[in-house]
Design a binder for this molecule. Structure first.
Ligand SMILES: Nc1ncnc2c1ncn2[C@@H]1O[C@H](COP(=O)(O)OP(=O)(O)OP(=O)(O)O)[C@@H](O)[C@H]1O
Ligand SMILES: [Mg+2]
Length: 156
């Protein structure tokens, strides 16, 4: 079991946004969540990403409660469960060059030295047919459109 959601409830002030939600996701399973605007899809994503806390209920990732993880397990949770934001452009720091943006997840999550990080980035750029000269630019559009947000979606 990859993720197990148990009696999840989220209230904002007196408004109940999610009520007693229960479901599970197996390894390799793809789950699509569909619902009208305001039904709580983003709220659920924020709870799963630990950006918000539930009012009641729990979320287990690989059998561990994500709200009571010790520090060492938190890093591995962050590696295994990540957000791809709707507005990719807004989620990238415009003050950072493309190389630094792509390096950031490797610095935080992978056990690689600087040379290995840059090799990995060049390999991934090649995989999505981007030229190396984008690395020294600030422009994110070409990288986002080419799907670089997914480059580091798999565990490093
Ligand atoms: N931080 C907050 N404080 C108070 N109410 C909130 C907060 N975040 C979300 N809500 C309310 O929770 C409800 C669900 O919002 P949510 O953004 O999760 O919906 P959604 O399904 O993602 O909608 P959409 O399809 O428009 O993105 C809405 O009524 C929203 O106003
Ligand atoms: Mg939403």
């Amino acid at each position: 079991m990859l993720m197990f959601i148990e009696n999840l409830t989220k209230e904002y002030n007196r408004q109940t946004v999610l009520k007693d939600l229960n479901f599970s996701i197996c390894e390799g399973e793809v789950l699509g969540l569909v619902g009208e605007s305001g039904c709580g899809k983003s709220t659920l994503a924020k709870l799963i990403g630990r950006f918000e806390k539930p009012s009641r209920g729990n979320i287990y990732f690989r059998n561990k409660n994500i709200y009571s993880l010790p520090k060492e397990d938190l890093k591995s949770f962050r590696r295994g469960c990540q957000m791809v934001f709707q507005d990719n452009l807004a989620s990238l720091n415009p003050g950072m060059k493309i190389m630094s943006k792509l390096k950031e997840p490797l610095v935080n999550n992978a056990d690689l030295n600087t040379r290995e990080q840059e090799e990995r980035i060049r390999k991934e750029l090649d995989r999505v047919h981007l030229k190396e000269d984008v690395l020294s630019s600030f422009r994110s559009a070409s990288v986002v459109v080419s799907g670089s947000v997914l480059i580091f979606a798999e565990p490093c």
